[in-house]
Write a protein that binds this ligand. Structure first.
Ligand code: MN
Length: 335
């Protein structure tokens, strides 16, 4: 744990109206959950803040309380830049390098605000003024909960805060099944239930909201575009631009697809490679010792955690698939 937090609730009360909360490009459940969780906590304590995220995010997160107050940087750059320039505090959640928020990062860097980094990813860059970091923690939402209980005043927690934080806990842990789930994660989940969070209701609004076309895209991936290589230990799936268009895929539709490979008996590492036009985007998941983050950093300009990482390639889909099949051989010791 790296904890260099110096401010307290009184400082945040003084800064009310000049507090920005931001998270990474294409924010996921943990990014939106931690951002809106903190937003609702501050609101409950009488403190005004604004959530600004670099880009839009998946529809299945739009039910979250406070969703209609979120500013999307790409859609309102001028207004967002004014907010950032006048901020006293900028909370950077669920990312640890300014390039993860694209051009918005330049404005955050130029701002005189105190930058508070709360995150669980490896290799944090040094752009913050204060940090609350635990690499390998289940989620940023878990850290937001611990930041509030350690440094602020727990009594301002309420059901809205709980619902947002619970969302990050379950989306980042695959509903409490990944190795990053700790006893602390489960204790926090229990505390959130005591605040009024109803787990099956949250599960339903998050995961039982598929469009038929999304499940058909998944069906297509599993039936046609999935290969098992390396003696049954690696699942390699891909989606072409044509697949994405044919099934009307939109932001967030492919989230979680990579996990299906890991569900196959004997598979230790699963990869999903998606052609997104000029860039090929890759997701890696593993169980056990396979270091997805190292594999990705060494071959596909990416990073992340040991059991979950992302990467990119500019070589086109076919060559990227070929390269994957070649380089995976160098990691057989981990399989
Ligand atoms: Mn996260």
């Amino acid at each position: 744990m790296q904890d260099t937090i110096q401010h307290n609730l009184e400082d945040l009360i003084q800064a009310s109206g000049r507090i920005i909360i931001t998270s990474h490009f294409k924010p996921d459940g943990d990014a939106m959950g931690s951002s809106l969780g903190l937003y609702h906590y501050l609101k409950s304590a009488g403190i005004e803040s604004k959530v600004i995220v670099p880009s839009d995010y998946a529809d299945f997160l739009h039910w979250m309380p406070g969703n209609n107050k979120v500013l999307i940087y790409e859609e309102d750059e001028i207004q967002c830049n004014i907010e950032i320039a006048h901020a006293d505090f900028i909370f950077c959640l669920d990312f640890n390098a300014l390039h993860r928020i694209n051009v918005m990062g330049e404005h955050v860097e130029a701002s005189s605000a105190r930058c508070i980094l709360i995150d669980h990813h490896q290799d944090p860059h040094d752009f913050d003024d204060e940090r609350f970091i635990e690499i390998g923690a289940s989620s940023t939402c878990e850290l937001i909960y611990r930041y509030i209980t350690t440094h602020l005043d727990q009594s301002y927690m309420n059901k809205h805060v709980g619902e947002c934080i619970y969302t990050g806990l379950i989306t980042d842990t695959g509903s409490f099944r990944f190795a990053s789930t700790s006893s602390s994660t489960l204790r926090i989940a229990a505390d959130l239930m005591d605040l009024g969070v109803v787990p099956d209701a949250i599960y339903q609004v998050l995961f039982d909201q598929n469009k038929l076309s999304r499940l058909q895209l998944l069906g297509h991936l599993l039936s046609t575009n999935l290969e098992i290589i390396e003696k049954g230990k690696v699942a390699l799936g891909y989606l072409t631009i044509d697949d994405i268009e044919r099934f009307d895929s939109i932001t967030g539709d492919t989230e979680g697809f990579v996990n299906y490979g890991l569900g196959i008996a004997g598979v230790k590492m699963s990869a999903l490679i998606i052609d997104r036009g000029p860039i090929v985007k890759m997701s890696f998941r593993s169980s056990g010792e396979f270091p997805c983050n190292i594999f990705s950093a060494e071959n596909f300009s990416g990073g992340g955690h040991k059991n979950a990482a992302g990467g990119i390639s500019h070589d086109g889909l076919d060559d990227t698939l070929k390269k994957f099949k070649e380089v995976i051989k160098n990691y057989r010791d981990y399989l």
